[in-house]
Structures are given as structure tokens and as C-alpha cells.
Unconditional design. Sequence first.
Lengths: 108, 344
Amino acid sequence: MDVTHALAAGMGGIRTAGDLVARMQMSRGMRLTEAKEYVAAKLGCSIVDLSDSYAMEQIRGEKGLGRILDHSNLHPGEPNAMMAKFRIAELLGISINSVERFRELSGL
Amino acid sequence: MELRIPTRMGDGFMVAMTRSELRADIEDATAEAARKAKAPPLTAGEQEHLLDIYASPAAFTAVDIGDQVVLSCDGGGSKMTGTDLQDLLESEQRLGQDILELWHIEYSYKAIKTILPFQQQVMQNVQMMLTAPVQYGAQPNLAFYSRPDGPVDNWFELLPRGDIPGARAAIEEAMDLATKDFVYVGEGMLDAGADGMDFDTTGGAGDGDFLSALRAVKHLREKYPDAGIEVGMAGEFTIGVHGELEWEGRRLAGLWPKGQLEVCQDAGVTLFGPAVNINTGKSCCWNTAYSLTVIKPCMDVARIPVHPNVGQGVCGVPVNGYPAEDAVSRAAKAHVEILRCDGL
């Protein structure tokens, strides 16, 4: 069922900008249209680009926002996971809880 | 002779219906939902759109390009892929989920309280390895606070005996214990780095279940202003097991999704998940029409994202452990395109 929903209606998570739009819904309570417009403006792309895995793979790579990793698509030396979340927080102008926890616990 | 189209009943069983029969189901469902929820029926255009979605023999359907929505995947993953960390990585990297959820198979706040440090450690590790937001989820399950599972008198035994004051007192005692647990777990998981909390299947034990969760939401919102807080409902109608409980002057018993949403957003919720239970004796087409009619009034008053629950047995998805793709994709497309909801 998870796969069905992902293919039928899902934005695509980190394959696209689904996680970024989701963060605006979660942290600011933005409705979908407002959240998509906000993220598109921050990324400098169109609304349709946000759920286009081709476009977002390029944009995420350029901005260091973390990308899907597999044997044919590896990016050593590029930010992912926690490293990417530092950049996402800065790009979107939001506080990400785990980033703040990391900063605090690592003494940064 | 009119063409018969393969479609499904609410329990997932495949049947064949004509376009006229599907149309009749939609008209019947939206009229019944409108009468019960005191909501307007679907417009003629919406009914025609829904009919086009269901009167198709396609094995799969999807929303238009660019219309995709955020998926908050409550209880996502399989729990069969090694560790929770591996399961969540797979959900992020392979399934492309937008909001992931760490959860334990004992999916109640009361139970999670006893293993909180273990879940906190998993959350801390998960947050190091994932890019997408990860919330923590469990159910309020107020009934677990009553005997024989909990310390409080069992109101479901007291009510049939006519001891309404005793039952209400028991519910109120259970609510105090439950809210403390929700806050304890919520603070613990947010302190461990969670992006948000999910109160899943809220209201399953009635208005007391709902109120105990709302109290916890308010507390967590005040302490963690940036945290995501999702409340997903158990059903389309809040059952008044207590009957007199209120949220800031508004009676909870008898609330339909629009009212549920209003109290949730006032309490500080950032994602609201309405749930409309399946009628297994009706077609999925009937059930989706019913669900859309009941939820639609939410969309006009929502200040926060609305993510209809399209899991097993709610909002047009068959009540089946392994719901068929044709039925699931139709329910998803219908809710996104007709409600213009913010996610699923």
C-alpha cells in the first residue's frame, strides 16, 4: 500500500522536493499550495519541478540537499543525511530539531 | 447491454458493476453522507469526476503531473526489514516517502512509556542517517488505562449497569493518566530529535480519548513551537462515551471531521488526518463518495494541512491487510483531485 500511494499521489520524498514541502507543512503548518510556492521560491524552480525527479535530482545535487543513493548513483563527498539537513534548514529558513540537537551535542 | 467494469467492495472482494450502477452508488453515498454529517452533497461535476475515476478497467491510476501531495506515512515500513533504521532508510530511499514515522509494534503511548530510552536512541540514530523528516507515532488508546489492562475502573462495564457517574469518573481518571503519558513520550521523542509527533487513531475510545490527546497537543505545542504535531482520527464521528467533555467550550461528542479539525487546529495541531470508516457491504466507489462528502467541509475552514487517512479500512481503501492497488490508487486520486487536500 505504501508503494501504491507513493506512485499514485506522493511527491516523492528526497527523490524530489517532497521532504522539503513536508517540512514546511510540519514546522509552519502551511497548506500545500503555500508550502509548494515557498519551497519553489527558495529553490528558484517551478511548482511542477518540485515533484519532477529529473529536475530535482539536479537541483538537490547543486544545492547539496541530499539525493537518493544506489549503486549507479553514488555521490561521495556530497552532503547527505545530517549534513544535508544543515543546508535544508538554512535554505528554508527553519529550525530542524535534529540539526539543533546535533549542534548542541557535538559542541559546534 | 451495458459494459460491466471490474471494481471492488469495501472488503476488497472484486465484483463487476456497470457505469450506471456506479453512478447510482455515488448518488446514494453522497446523499447519505450529507444527511448524516449535515454537509452539502458532492456537486454534479464532482460526482462525474469520481465516476470517471471508478468507471475504468485500468489496473492503476494516478493524479496528474504536478498535482502530487505530501505523504505522511503513519506506521509506514514493514517492520520486516532488519532494524527500524534499515526499514526507514528503505522507506526514504526506495519508496520516496515524504514524512517518515518511527514507531514500535506495541503502538500505544502507554506501552511506549516503558521503553522510551530505547525508542529515543533509535530516533537519535535514525536522525543521523536520514534526510527526510521523521516523526514519532503511537495511538492514545485510552481503554488501556481501564481494568484489566490498567488501574482505572472499566467504564465499558459500568455503563451497561447504568452507573453513568461512575463511568464518567473513570474516564476522567484515565484521561489524566493518559495525557501524562502522551506528554512524557512526546517530550522524550522531541528531545531526542524527532521532527514531530503523531497521535494516530485518536478518538478510538471516544471523546475522552480525543480530549486526552488534545491536552497533550496543547502542552507540546507550547513547549516545542516548531515541532510537527499530527492528529489522525479513528473515525468520522467522535463517539460520546463520556458525553459531556468539551474543548474550550465545544462539546467533543458528535463532532464530524470539520469540527474535529477545528478543535485540533485550535489546540496546536499542524497536520490533521480525518478518517472515514469503510462500509464493507458497499462498493469502494460508494465508500469514496461518502468519504469525500464527509471530509469536504474541512477544506474551507482548514488553516493547517489536511491529510485524509487512506490506510486499510478508511476513506475508500478496502478493510483488508493487503489492499489491492486498483482500489488504493483510485481512493488516493479521488481524494487529491476532488478535495484538493494537502496530503494523504
